[in-house]
Write a protein that binds this ligand. Sequence first.
Ligand SMILES: [Cu+2]
Length: 148
Amino acid sequence: MRTGPLVGLVALVMCGPLACGGGGGGGGGAGTPTSPTTPSTPAPTTPAAPAAPNTVTVGNNSFSPATLTVTPGTTVTWTWDTCSQGSDPYGGSTKTCVNHSVTWDTPGGTASPTQSEGNYTRAFATAGTYDYHCAIHGAAMSGKIVVQ
Ligand SMILES: [Cu+2]
């Protein structure tokens, strides 16, 4: 029989411990009993991490967060995110960006450039409240850094 060895091989493969173990022997198998599947409680998924605690997003007409509390010695980074993507009548895309600045009400800081893209950093060594606003949009676009 030419097919003999092949059949034997197939039988061996198909009849592994899991496939055939419990076939005729009744319940005597000494294998580890598989416990009924308990619906495992999924680990609580952490919501997407908020922005790093020492960054402020400069949006259009707002700083986010408007109030940021940091510890002395922290360098805060402002990141501009003021561009919006639109489309032109010809199917292309347009990018519109708005200029903003970080300008300090509290003496002691150097204002950021008035810009529509990029970053700005300031280190806060001393505890206190540091108010700032956008030089273009004024009090309507303001924020503060609380160092404590
Ligand atoms: Cu502004």
